[in-house]
Design a protein around this ligand. Structure first.
Ligand SMILES: *Cc1c(COP(=O)(O)O)cnc(C)c1O
Length: 461
């Protein structure tokens, strides 16, 4: 399998090269040259496989450079911290099904992809005798999942910037208590935008970037999409009576990464009837699906902060398919977005978009009401992101036994909202319980590019 850029400036990459490149060097996103198709017989063969074997079968169709045994070992190592037989439980609640994707080490669905990416990086770097310094900025979930993906891995360091006093206490403790010598949490005296600007400026210094082999782990990495595609198959097999039956899936969405993985699963032949996007007040994707209006507004803070996003980076991958694989059209659209802050999708393309997805949005009050109702109805706690999905499913009237809402975070990650709504605290899982007793290690630096660069140079080994 070879990979190319949505903008046409890069092609012929191997899977491993695509993973290491992350963002394509022409500014586009990397995609496979073709999408492997599975027929009913293939699906039947996958039906009862344990999670790791299923992951191998899906991922291996997208690569040919990593020997079978090695790939299987990478996958097994990635999911060893999960209960593999039931790594992602699919429960009946709220009149439909809820897929609990959050049983990884940091209790959000991001672990599924980042555990795999961390091990994959380590494997590729060791083979090539290279070192990688990962640099990122976080306002919460991504930081801890990325850190847990690479902590203790050989040949990788991670430098994670976060705004001092502006991430939740749980999130800060998760990031700063790993005691791993390859993890550097940088507490920045500023806000999240300052952190992001620092990261961008550092990447823009190409000489520095090259010298230190700086890389990113954001959701545009192809390996993350692929690892997420696996669980759409898993969920399908846990839901249907027989192969060929259809299911509907609702995805609480921010960057379009998770929902793109579902789109890919469907393109591979998985019978997903309705693929539904649930957004909070940051509704760029809902506006796009309803009216073809992909225009960037300012970010509104909500109680589902991991979805407080205005630019859905992975949407570019979908645009490539919507434009029939025309890289020039993708390039023009992305240039328009940069300059005019909007893309207008009209006519038959809007029709196609509306056949591919349906979308709806939830306010903070809608999410709170939903947490309350689901608890009353099913004695089951959901976090605000999941509540966004459940609300939109009800609004669109597709609540049914073959409808699955993806649950992206453990309710214990948002104890204050749960307590406000239900008057009770969520049960704290083991991995979050002992955080307070652990030793916090972080480095305070001012938002100055030079300070950041010298810190990285000193600590990158
Ligand atoms: C990151 C995140 C999302 C959004 O996922 P995307 O792939 O960006 O759409 C939703 N819920 C939680 C809890 C998250 O951490």
């Amino acid at each position: 399998m070879r990979y190319k850029s949505t903008r046409g400036g890069v092609s012929g990459l191997s899977f491993e090269e695509a993973v290491m490149m992350g963002l394509a060097s022409d500014g586009g996103l990397l995609i496979p040259e073709k999408i492997p198709l599975l027929n009913e017989k293939d699906l039947k063969h996958l039906f009862e496989l344990p999670y790791t074997k299923l992951a191998y079968e899906i991922i291996n169709r997208y690569q040919d450079g990593i020997p079978s045994n090695d790939l299987m070992a990478i996958i097994q190592k990635s999911y060893a911290k999960y209960d593999t037989v039931n790594m992602i439980p699919v429960r009946k609640a709220a009149g439909m099904r809820i897929a609990e994707l959050y049983h990884g080490p940091t209790y959000s669905f991001k672990d599924v992809a980042l555990q795999f990416l961390g091990n994959l990086f380590e494997y590729i770097l060791t083979k090539k005798g290279q070192k990688l310094n990962i640099l990122g900025a976080t306002s919460g979930d991504t930081g801890s999942a990325a850190i847990y993906g690479v902590k203790g891995r050989k040949n990788i360091n991670v430098f994670m910037l976060y705004p001092a006093n502006r991430v939740s206490h749980v999130q800060e403790m998760q990031m700063t208590t790993t005691e791993s010598p390859n993890v550097f949490c940088l507490e920045i005296g500023g806000n999240f935008d300052n952190c992001q600007d620092l990261v961008k400026s550092t990447f823009n210094d190409l000489e520095f970037k090259e010298e230190l082999n700086l890389g990113a782990v954001n959701s545009i990495n192809w390996a993350r999409i692929l690892a997420q595609t696996v669980y759409y198959f898993w969920i399908y097999f846990k839901t249907v009576h027989r192969v060929g039956d259809e299911i509907n899936i609702i995805v609480p969405t921010g960057n379009f990464g998770n929902v793109f993985a579902g789109y890919l699963a469907r393109k591979m032949g998985l019978p997903i009837a309705k693929l539904m996007i649930a957004t909070n007040r940051n509704n760029i994707l809902t506006r796009t699906v309803k009216f073809g209006d992909y225009s960037i507004e300012r970010v509104h803070p909500t109680i589902s902060p991991a979805m407080d996003i205005q630019i859905a980076s992975n949407f570019e991958r979908y645009l490539y398919y919507l434009y029939g694989g025309d890289c020039e059209k993708v390039t023009d659209a992305m240039e328009l977005l940069r300059v005019e802050k909007e893309i207008d999708i009209r006519g038959h393309l809007l029709g196609q978009l509306q056949r591919d997805f349906i979308a709806g949005e939830a306010s903070d009050d809608d999410m709170k009401d939903t947490i309350r109702k689901v608890f009353a109805q099913s004695d089951y706690m959901i976090d605000p992101h999941t509540a966004c999905g459940v609300y939109v499913a009800n609004q669109m009237d597709i609540v049914a036994d073959n409808t699955v809402c993806l649950s992206t975070a453990h309710p214990a990650k948002f104890p204050d909202v749960i307590h406000e709504v239900l008057g009770a605290w969520p049960e704290i899982p083991d991995g979050l319980r002992d955080l307070e007793e652990r030793q916090k290690v972080s480095y305070k630096i001012m938002p100055e590019l030079q300070d950041l660069k010298s810190f990285i140079s000193q600590h990158a080994k």
